[in-house]
Design a protein around this ligand. Structure first.
Ligand code: HEC
Length: 133
């Protein structure tokens, strides 16, 4: 097979990954699977925190996650943001940014509409809020 034909599946994958960054149903479904596999054992149910470990933050409407910009959540999850006394494992070598965005899109399905909108605004202003980044 010529090299150009072999590259097609990869190109298609990249295209699909690009589309899913907006939070369509397939990225949410993938995010759910990745959440169940990597996060649920500590954080419990994404919306309620049920079955989670004690002293582990809840990602649903009653939690604090929705106060953070996407960019900051990405860094917290990948472990590139230095949090003192962090006990959560870093996912930098385990998950891609696209996979983390899928997880975030899945988590957001549990938030109230108002929280989704507020968090979207915070995310858009992320660079302004944290100019040192
Ligand atoms: C081993 C248990 C564990 C696993 C696995 C884990 N976390 Fe955490 N996570 C924690 C703890 C504990 C904290 C509180 C801060 C700390 O101690 O590091 C935290 C904090 C967070 C925060 C910041 C607090 C907030 O909600 O605003 C986010 C976001 C987060 N985790 C997302 C995730 C995601 C997404 C995954 C899966 C990819 C994951 N965590 C996997 C234990 C875990």
């Amino acid at each position: 097979m010529p090299a150009s034909r072999r590259a097609w599946p990869l190109l298609l994958l990249l295209l699909l990954a690009g589309c899913s960054a907006g939070g369509n149903s397939s990225s949410i479904a993938a995010g759910r699977i990745a959440y169940e596999a990597n996060c649920a054992k500590c954080h419990g149910d994404a919306a309620t925190g049920e079955w989670g470990l004690p002293d582990t933050p809840v990602h649903g409407p009653k939690g604090h996650t929705w106060h953070h910009a996407d960019g900051q959540l990405m860094e917290i999850i990948l472990g590139t943001l230095n949090i003192p006394d962090r006990t959560m494992p870093s996912f930098e070598s385990i998950l891609t940014e696209v996979e983390v965005m899928g997880i975030l899109e899945y988590i957001k399905t549990g938030w109230y509409q108002q929280q989704v909108e507020q968090q979207r605004e915070v995310s858009a202003n992320w660079e302004d809020l944290y100019p040192e980044k």
